[in-house]
Design a protein around this ligand. Structure first.
Ligand SMILES: Nc1nc2c(c(=O)[nH]1)N[C@H]1C(S)=C(S)[C@@H](COP(=O)(O)OP(=O)(O)OC[C@H]3O[C@@H](n4cnc5c(=O)[nH]c(N)nc54)[C@H](O)[C@@H]3O)O[C@H]1N2
Ligand SMILES: Nc1nc2c(c(=O)[nH]1)N[C@H]1C(S)=C(S)[C@@H](COP(=O)(O)OP(=O)(O)OC[C@H]3O[C@@H](n4cnc5c(=O)[nH]c(N)nc54)[C@H](O)[C@@H]3O)O[C@H]1N2
Ligand SMILES: [Mo]
Length: 770
């Protein structure tokens, strides 16, 4: 055990159940222990742990845990605790079979926790809800497809159907899925990206001409400074810690901006590093850690740019060459003057008040930025999930462009995507606003007439369901109802549907929001062998850095009755579109044929089947990585943004919603959050000790958190934590009841999951009892 961390609140005088500060590093023996527990709990004594060893290997499967890329030269398997949890959760020995659904009614199951629902095990057969008994019962695949086909055909208009896609679907499954929906007649593609990095997909094209990150893994070896803003790699992309430790050991400054102190950004003991595992040592990651206010990013970023311009002016005045990349700005960009004018007019008082950081702190960040030749900025949901997430992303691009940190080795922007193929799904056509050229190629290849009218993204889909305009939902993966804000409104919207179809590995709450016809279809997971008429198949995915590579599952499927996602899409399409002349079975018999079709519609996939068979796969074109700006005028754009988010007033409380270390989105593996010192519970709100004192509350008090009439989270225990003033944090999805559906970024539709204005008071029951 490491020494006590003197910077964490310890509160020995006020013990609270399940709360004790974690003083160790990220990784280390705790991570190994957690893996052993996950294997034992899920896979039992006879565990086939071969799966874990094939993870992220050139001939194995792509880890479903996150979208961080694999190093090209993996020799041993890359260890990651949370990847192991994702795999054991899928490869579990537990099953929910006919007997399970005979024992438990839908009403009873609705009372179960999200953890209990998924922990019950893998789905085994197609299911249909029978209202006369209130139970789900097994039905044959043919009947399931026939019912789905009939339900879709019964709609008055194809635009009454929503086709949700979660980011686990492979390129092959997603491509067939969009083909099916467009042949059916709609562009309604709500997708998990709408809740995640949509601000990146919408914001970056206007700045740099492409909605993707510009760096590759190799760039991290050449960077001189790395900024990590609003993401938590120790939990959500743990393999990144290997990359960050390598940079830290080279002496590269790693500057963090995050309201919460996250252990995974501070210290790491690599389970792959015997020297660290067998001694008390660990690698220090962050060289500077700035705890800005929740929602304070735009103020901080504008402050950094203002400081940079001031330092630049001083340098010029002293006869220097200045700190900006003037040739780059002149040759490659527009909008610099407007940005400089706006920054000059922005006062330091506002920047300091709204960011929650001192001017000194912001200037120190700007100095590190200016001193480095090559800078990478990494960011996650702390930037995107705000009412102005798109503007936040564009400010990051502004900052990088000022010193030409875009499109050269060791420099660029690095959005950390969520689901392992969320980026790929968008690339192969899951989008509500497709461009004409792509639709024309799709139509030419398949002889269909795709609809041209733009469709619904996630928030619009929910609104249409709520208002009765949409009547059917097909979900390829995910747990949409629980992932979206405002369960009261969203659950009601799901219950109004005529047809609800969920294609899943595990049963979840969205299946229990019963429609007139409710069907659940069980599919193969990433780890499982996929055999089709043409033999054994592999699928492909695109990671956060635009690398496309193959993934092949080798485990025996959970039951012989499972079908692959492409086969399920084909089954639905055949039933719903009997008159469309697409040979779905032929496509699914051999996924090479699907890849050929992808190549025909998306020219960047040229020689797809050849290139993806090369070890490590290939990279899709990202123009901005080569300083090709695919904007209307061929330039990169500085974009002026106002300061948004927190006002920084006394007493203002902004709540952010976060993931624990034991969860994968709505999938709750367990109730611990090791690095934040929480064991066995999730009814916790993290707060700053000074704020608690100002509110007359104590560490351990039971509180209610309110975001407006009817939006209250009751009976939470408040924990004094290393979090910025004016900031609170609670776990998602439980805290989604505080987020209104209409509270989202107007440009990208991303819900404001990470800036909810709230009040916090002693719990009503507690006060009444006193
Ligand atoms: N094990 C595991 N891996 C995952 C996932 C998972 O749930 N579990 N989910 C996957 C998915 S879909 C995604 S999108 C990614 C998510 O990965 P992350 O982006 O890391 O996700 P979060 O946990 O939501 O929050 C990120 C961090 O943002 C900080 N933050 C909160 N509010 C603010 C703010 O206003 N400003 C700033 N600067 N920071 C803020 C929080 O303190 C937290 O450290 O991870 C993916 N990988
Ligand atoms: N308050 C708040 N809300 C949030 C967020 C937040 O930070 N705060 N984050 C948002 C983000 S970034 C995202 S991405 C969404 C997540 O939204 P979703 O992607 O919709 O949700 P998941 O929880 O990842 O989906 C879990 C389900 O996926 C199914 N599944 C797992 N593997 C497979 C597979 O291989 N194939 C198929 N077909 N199904 C599979 C399982 O049955 C499981 O029940 O949530 C969003 N909601
Ligand atoms: Mo995500």
């Amino acid at each position: 055990m490491a020494d006590r961390d003197p910077t964490l609140p310890h509160h020995d005088d006020q013990p609270v159940d399940g709360v004790a500060p974690y003083d160790g590093p990220a990784g280390g023996w705790g991570a190994l222990r957690a893996v052993a527990v996950a294997i034992k709990d899920q896979m039992g004594a006879s565990a086939d742990t071969r799966a874990l060893l094939q993870m992220n290997q050139p001939t194995g499967f792509d880890c479903p845990g996150c979208a961080w890329p694999d190093p090209k030269h993996t020799s041993s398997f890359e260890f990651c605790e949370n990847g192991a949890k994702a795999v054991t959760w899928e490869a579990t020995a537990k099953r929910v079979d006919a007997d399970f659904f005979a024992r438990h009614s839908a009403t009873e199951l609705f009372g179960w926790s999200d953890h209990a629902l998924e922990d019950a095990g893998r789905l085994t057969h197609p299911l249909r809800y029978d209202a006369s008994t209130d139970h789900f019962t097994i039905i044959p695949w043919d009947e399931a497809f026939a019912r789905i086909g009939a339900g879709l055909q019964a709609l008055a208009d194809p635009n009454q159907a929503e086709f949700y896609c979660s980011g686990r679907a492979s390129n092959e499954a997603a491509f067939l899925y969009q083909l099916f929906a467009r042949a059916f007649g709609t562009n309604n593609f709500p997708d998990c990206s709408n809740m995640c990095h949509e601000a990146t997909s919408v914001g970056l094209p206007k700045s740099i001409g492409v909605g993707k990150g510009t760096v590759t893994l190799e760039d991290f070896d050449e960077a001189d400074a790395i900024f990590c803003i609003g993401h938590n790699p120790g939990t959500n992309h743990p393999r990144m810690l290997t990359t960050l430790s390598a940079a830290a050991r080279r002496g590269v400054p790693i500057v963090v901006a995050n309201p919460m102190r996250e252990r995974g950004l501070e210290r790491f003991k690599s389970p792959q590093h015997p020297g660290e595992m067998l001694t008390p040592s660990s690698t220090q990651l962050a060289s500077a850690y700035h705890q800005l206010r929740v929602g304070g990013d735009s103020a901080m970023l504008k402050g950094m740019m203002k400081a940079l311009l001031e330092m630049d002016a001083a340098d010029l005045a002293a006869g220097g060459a200045g700190l900006l990349d003037r040739p780059f700005i002149a040759g490659h960009t527009t909008g610099f003057e407007a940005l400089a004018d706006d920054l000059a007019a922005t006062g330091w008082d506002e920047i300091v008040q709204r960011s929650g950081l001192t001017r000194d702190a912001i200037e120190s960040m700007a100095k590190i930025y200016a001193a480095a030749d090559r800078v990478i900025i990494c960011y996650g949901m702390g930037i995107t999930q705000h009412g102005h997430g798109t503007a936040n992303v564009q400010l990051l691009a502004d900052l990088l462009l000022l010193r030409g940190n875009m499109g050269r080795p060791g420099a660029g922007i690095c959005p950390l995507r969520g689901h392992s193929n969320v980026q790929g799904d968008r690339t192969v056509g899951i989008t509500e606003s497709p461009d004409e050229a792509m639709l024309a190629r799709l139509d030419a290849r398949f002889g269909i007439a795709s609809p041209r009218a733009h469709g619904h993204a996630a928030v619009e889909a929910l609104q249409a369901m709520r208002d009765g305009r949409s009547k059917a939902l097909i979900a390829l993966g995910g747990n949409l109802a629980v992932a979206m804000p405002d369960p009261e409104a969203s659950f009601a919207a799901f219950r109004k549907l005529d047809l609800s179809v969920n294609i899943l590995t595990k049963f979840n709450r969205t299946c229990l929001l019963l429609a007139r016809e409710t069907i659940v279809l069980p599919c193969l997971g990433r780890t499982e062998h996929d055999e089709q008429a043409g033999g054994s198949q592999y699928i492909t995915v695109e990671d956060s850095m635009s690398m496309v590579h193959a993934s092949r599952g080798r485990l025996k499927p959970a039951t012989p009755d499972l079908r692959s996602e492409p086969a399920i899409v084909a089954g639905m399409a055949k039933a719903a579109l009997p008159h469309v002349a697409i040979d779905w079975d032929w496509l699914v018999a051999d996924y090479d044929r699907i890849r050929d079709a992808i190549e025909a519609v998306f020219p960047d996939f040229h020689d797809f089947n050849t290139r993806v068979r090369q070890k490590g796969g290939f990279r899709l074109t990202v123009g901005a990585s080569d300083r090709v700006w695919n904007t209307p005028d061929g330039k990169a754009h500085f974009l002026v943004q106002p300061i948004t988010g927190a006002r920084g007033d006394a007493g203002e409380l902004m709540l952010t919603t976060i993931r624990s270390h034991d969860q994968y989105n709505t999938t709750i593996y367990g109730l611990n959050d090791r690095y934040r010192g929480i064991t066995g519970r999730r009814d916790i709100v993290f707060a700053n000790a000074e704020d608690l004192a100002a509110l007359g509350l104590d560490h351990g008090d039971v509180v209610d958190i309110a975001a407006g009439p009817g939006r209250v989270l009751r009976g939470y225990t408040v924990v004094a934590h290393a979090i910025a003033r004016g900031s609170l944090a609670a776990y998602y999805p439980e805290a989604n009841c505080l987020v209104p559906l209409d509270d989202h970024d107007r440009e990208s539709g991303t819900p404001s999951y990470k800036s909810v204005r709230v009040t916090m008071t002693a719990a009503k029951e507690a006060t009444e009892a006193a």
